[in-house]
Ligand binder design. Structure first.
Ligand SMILES: NC(=O)c1ccc[n+]([C@@H]2O[C@H](COP(=O)([O-])OP(=O)(O)OC[C@H]3O[C@@H](n4cnc5c(N)ncnc54)[C@H](OP(=O)(O)O)[C@@H]3O)[C@@H](O)[C@H]2O)c1
Length: 256
């Protein structure tokens, strides 16, 4: 940007890696980026899901490569970076969207459930920020947090703790990686995805309660989270770092 024009809300011509990009919010972001002209690698643990997402991205015109990755394993993330850089060159954008949610009260939650959510949702984000942050020349890292980071939610102790941690990690990483790499979080509200299962289907008790409290009177689609990701990955957000962008239809601030 030369100061005479505003940064455009576009990722056209950028390179991006979306971890957790084969499903739900991550896939919504991967598809939006490819439709907007970015070259995108969408990855997760499952080879078949990775192959399917890669084929779809290719059919949208993106340069891409099928690379599986498990955020619980630093070596796997190192390999992802090497494979991505080999085909895309410098990586401009990293999106961390891998997720896991254990549903148990704090008195019932097992060590295994706790450790899995913390490992996937928090430590995995740290590992990817460390590995990509060391190697990216410049660009934007976007961590998918959750409005649960700032809420009291029953039977989600590990998940809420992990997402609060993601917001703290995002601020600290933004300080460490400035000025070349910006780091921000997106905190979605309720989004209908495979992770949320059928709980958000119309007519369910949960969905009715959500609709009553949410000013927008509905849950989100993954594409509605992708808009915030395009903004945070683009030059339009060139002075935004260390922030949490909440995309929840007004739910968090609603008194009813
Ligand atoms: N849905 C919501 O209402 C909601 C609300 C707020 C925040 N979020 C957050 O949004 C993110 C995406 O959730 P989603 O709802 O889109 O879920 P989703 O559809 O289940 O997608 C999760 C993705 O993460 C991948 N993944 C899971 N464990 C992984 C691991 N260890 N390493 C690499 N990839 C892994 C999954 O693929 P594989 O199984 O193939 O690995 C999948 O691609 C999560 O961080 C979640 O906490 C969701």
């Amino acid at each position: 940007m030369n100061g005479e024009q505003y940064g455009k809300v576009t990722v056209n011509g950028r390179t991006a890696v979306i971890i957790g990009g084969t499903s739900g919010i991550g896939w919504g972001i991967a598809r939006a980026f490819a439709e907007d002209g970015a070259d995108v690698i969408a990855t997760s643990r499952n080879d078949a899901k990775v192959a399917d997402a890669t084929e779809k991205l290719r059919s949208l015109g993106a340069t891409t490569r099928a690379v599986a990755c498990d955020v619980r394993d630093s070596t796997s993330i190192e390999r992802l970076y090497e494979q991505a850089a080999d085909v895309l060159g410098n990586i401009d954008v990293l999106v961390n969207s891998a997720g896991s949610v254990a549903r148990a009260s704090v008195t019932e939650m097992t060590d295994e459930q706790w450790e899995r959510d913390i490992d996937v949702c928090l430590t995995g984000v740290f590992r990817a920020c460390r590995i990509f942050g060391r190697r990216m020349d410049s660009g934007s890292i976007i961590n998918i947090s959750s409005m649960s980071a700032g809420q009291a939610r029953e039977r989600r102790a590990a998940y809420c703790a992990a997402k609060s941690g993601v917001n703290g990690l995002t601020r600290a990483a933004a300080a460490d990686l400035a000025p070349d790499i910006r780091v921000n979080a997106i905190s979605p509200g309720f989004v209908k995805t495979p992770l949320s299962g059928d709980a958000f289907d119309e007519g369910t008790k949960t969905r009715t309660a959500i609709d009553e409290r949410t000013p927008m009177s509905r849950v989100a689609t993954p594409e509605e989270i992708a808009g915030a990701a395009v903004y945070l990955a683009s030059e339009a957000s060139s002075f935004t770092t260390g922030e949490e962008v909440i995309v929840d239809g007004g739910y968090s601030d609603s008194a009813f």
